[in-house]
Structures are given as C-alpha cells and as structure tokens.
Ligand binder design. Structure first.
Ligand SMILES: C[S@@+](CC[C@H](N)C(=O)[O-])C[C@H]1O[C@@H](n2cnc3c(N)ncnc32)[C@H](O)[C@@H]1O
Length: 216
C-alpha cells in the first residue's frame, strides 16, 4: 500500500529521478482504477527496491502472495532474467484476470504465472518449484505468520523474505488497535521476522514499512 500520496518536494524529486513509473506501469495503474480495483498496491519506491533486491541476489525464482492488479509483480518480473519466473498467488479471480492481461500487455507473460485461490490452499502445491530466491508477502495481514512459515520452508541460504505494511498505517503499536486480527497478525509476523535465528532482518520505513529478511 502506498501512503506517499502527499509527496514533499524532496520525495517528489526522488520519485522523478529514481523511481518513476514508465508509460506501461502508468497505464496499468490507470486501468486498475477504472476497473475499480482498490488503490492498495505498493508505490514505485518499493517497486524499485524489490528490483534492487532481485538484482542483488541474482534471483531467478520469485514468489508473491497477493497480486492485486499485477503492479508489484510487473516491477519484479522486469528485473528477472529471461529464464526467470514469478509465481503470484491471488484470492480474487477478477484481480487475477486483470493481472494476466496487464502482464501480457507489458510483455511479461512468459516469465509470470498467477494462481487463483486462498494462498494457504495454493502454497502446499508449490513444493516442486521451491526453493525461491525472493518471497514477497502482501496479502491478508492476519495470515502473515502462516505465510512466513511457508516462506521459510520454501527458502534456502540467501533467500530474501519481505512483508509489506508493517506499520499498518501507524496502528501497529497503538494500544487502541491491539485486538484487530490484522494488527495481531502483523505484530506476530514482525516479531518472528526479528527473532527467527535463520534470518537477518529489519524494517525499511518506506512507505508503510516493509520488513526485509535474508536467510542465513
Ligand atoms: C495489498 S494487495 C496486493 C498488492 C500488490 N502486491 C501490488 O503491490 O501491486 C493484497 C491482495 O491480496 C489478495 N488477498 C487477500 N487475501 C488473500 C488470500 N487469502 N490469498 C491470496 N490472496 C489474497 C487481495 O485480493 C489483494 O489483491
């Protein structure tokens, strides 16, 4: 979810200089809006960050949980080599159809695949494709601890595991919101990312906080 809606002059400079969407990504976002998809994708800053991590660890196999309209997936698939593959798990058929169409229009069809259904039903079927080089979690927050378990199972040394929206719009550590299942899930996820002895991890503060861990 991008919360950088009111950009400072400096943030705008950074976006224009380092992270701007090109025409294809702008079209994807405009059509997502027209089709009524919720405006909860990552922002271009995080898209570029994901690309950077893919380049850094030489990733060829990427798993995403939560595709929405394929925006983050497009950033990641573009960073993959021609033999690379992104598998994205998505609950909603409507989102998956939109995403497939967009990825094809961006020339990414050969490197991408989307599987429809609750991610916890799809994950057990991915054993043959594992281990992944990078796993990006960006779906229902109450299930983040379970997604982390699967991510660790499907990792090897050097795998990067990410989870978006750690801040939960500023509510993560707010005493008034601790009964919310999404907040509880995210807190547990963050605590496990921090404490798991297999991981070296931190939270990068942009935009809504993105947890990043590398498997030792
Ligand atoms: C924040 S959006 C993903 C945004 C996308 N990663 C991007 O930045 O372009 C979350 C997505 O997760 C999907 N989702 C929610 N619950 C899910 C579940 N149990 N299994 C798979 N996908 C789920 C939603 O339908 C939605 O499309």
């Amino acid at each position: 979810m991008s919360v950088l809606n009111n950009l400072s002059h400096y943030d705008q400079f950074l976006r224009n200089t380092f992270h701007a969407d090109d025409a294809g990504l702008e079209r994807l976002q405009a059509e997502a809006k027209q089709e009524g998809l919720p405006p909860i994708s990552i922002g271009p800053e995080q898209g570029k960050f994901l690309q950077l991590l893919i380049q850094l660890n030489g990733a060829t196999k990427v798993l995403e949980i939560g595709a929405l309209g394929g925006y983050s997936g497009a950033w990641m698939a573009r960073a993959l080599p021609s033999e690379g593959k992104l598998i994205s798990l998505e609950l909603e058929e409507k989102h998956a159809l939109f995403t497939r169409r967009q990825w094809a229009a961006l020339g990414l069809a050969d490197k991408t695949e989307i599987r429809v259904g609750p991610a916890l039903d799809s994950l057990p079927g991915l054993a043959d494709e594992a281990p992944f080089d990078l796993i990006f979690i960006d779906a229902d927050k109450n299930n983040y601890p379970a997604y982390l378990e699967w991510a660790l199972r499907y990792s090897k040394s050097g795998t990067v595991i990410l989870g978006d929206n750690v801040s939960m719009g500023g509510r993560l550590a707010d005493p008034e919101h601790q009964e919310n299942p999404g907040i509880r899930g995210m807190r547990q996820f963050a605590e496990e990312m921090a404490a798991n002895p297999r991981l070296v991890s931190t939270v990068v503060p942009y935009a809504d906080g993105i947890a990043v861990g590398v498997v030792k």
